[in-house]
Design a protein around this ligand. Structure first.
Ligand code: ADP
Length: 295
């Protein structure tokens, strides 16, 4: 399984990534941690990143793309990975697409943890206090001033990825304001439905036999909701049918799912127009090529 965790600083990406690692037997690849290790070791990358990180700005795309390209080649990443803190810009996301395509690997989902900004400062302050209590070294960018700069970087450079992955139908949005346990369960439910849908597809191809995972997922409330949405969409317009299909947000009830399918259908036309307008320019394609060359 290959996942991306998306969310502002303090959204809980690290906590959830850790749990996903244990449950799914995959590795967590955190560019923040890798960069901090590089800074501590005084490597050339570390020297480049040190002051940028301390200010709350983003390290240049080519640096992080290089790190990730090498890291996903490692044997422990073969079974799957969770990217935490990467990609953080549209060019990084495009470079990742290119890397995965070249390696014939598929991205399963992008889990966005959505939180109220007002809660973030408090969360980071709590994290700092807990780290001090445990006698751990506190990150130099965990101060209120740098945090507001990190949040501004997130808003300006990373938030556009929500749209980017939603267009690709990879986005799963989870309410990050729930308790840690509830967030974990919500993520697990949606991922189980996703895996189930994949195995059902594979089983259908292989002759209609349902795998264990597919049977389990078929019984899950998320899948039932998705099925109800599909049925409703079938009865409605073709557009609604199309919109209800892939791995978008998982609705909690069939009613909500139906509503969601309809709303999405209404957005399809607008999305198409946006897509045309956003057609990758030659310049951008060149930039991606440059970021991923020799990888
Ligand atoms: P946060 O808690 O803000 O999500 P991280 O540990 O992920 O923190 O990252 C810390 C810092 O490392 C960032 O503020 C940024 O300077 C740098 N960094 C991490 N990942 C990336 C990336 N993908 N692109 C650019 N800079 C990055």
């Amino acid at each position: 399984m290959r996942l991306i965790l998306l969310g502002p600083p303090g959204a809980g990406k690290g906590t959830q990534a850790h749990r996903l690692v244990q449950r799914n037997g995959i590795v967590q690849l955190s560019t923040g941690e890798m960069l901090r290790a590089a800074v501590a070791a005084g490597t050339p990358v570390g020297l480049k990143a040190k002051d940028i990180m301390a200010s709350g700005a983003l390290v240049p795309d080519e640096v992080v793309v290089g790190i990730i390209a090498d890291r996903i080649e490692e044997p422990d990443a073969k079974k799957g990975f969770i990217l935490d803190g990467f990609p953080r810009t549209v060019p990084q996301a495009e470079a990742l697409d290119e890397l995965l395509k070249r390696k014939h690997l598929k991205l399963d989902a992008v889990v966005e943890l959505r939180v109220n900004e007002s809660a973030l400062l408090e969360r980071v302050e709590t994290r700092v206090a807990q780290m001090r209590e445990r006698g751990e070294e506190v990150r130099i960018d965990d101060t209120p001033e740098v945090l507001s700069k990190r949040l501004a970087s997130y808003r300006a450079q990373t938030e556009p990825l929500v749209h980017y992955y939603s267009e690709k139908r990879k986005l799963i949005t989870i309410d990050g304001m729930m308790t840690i346990e509830q967030v974990t369960s919500a993520i697990n439910r949606v991922l189980a439905a996703l895996v189930g849908a994949e195995s059902a597809k594979a089983a259908k191809k292989a002759g209609g036999k349902k795998t264990k995972a597919a049977k389990k997922a078929a019984a899950s409330p998320v899948t039932k909701a998705a099925k109800a949405a599909k049925k409703a969409a079938k009865a409605g317009s073709k557009k609604a049918k199309k919109a209800s299909k892939p791995a978008g947000k998982a609705a909690k009830s069939p009613k909500k799912a139906v509503k969601k399918a309809k709303t999405r259908a209404a957005g399809t036309k607008a999305a198409k127009t946006r897509k045309v307008a956003k057609k990758v320019t030659k310049k951008r394609a060149k930039a991606v090529k440059r970021l991923t060359k020799r990888r």
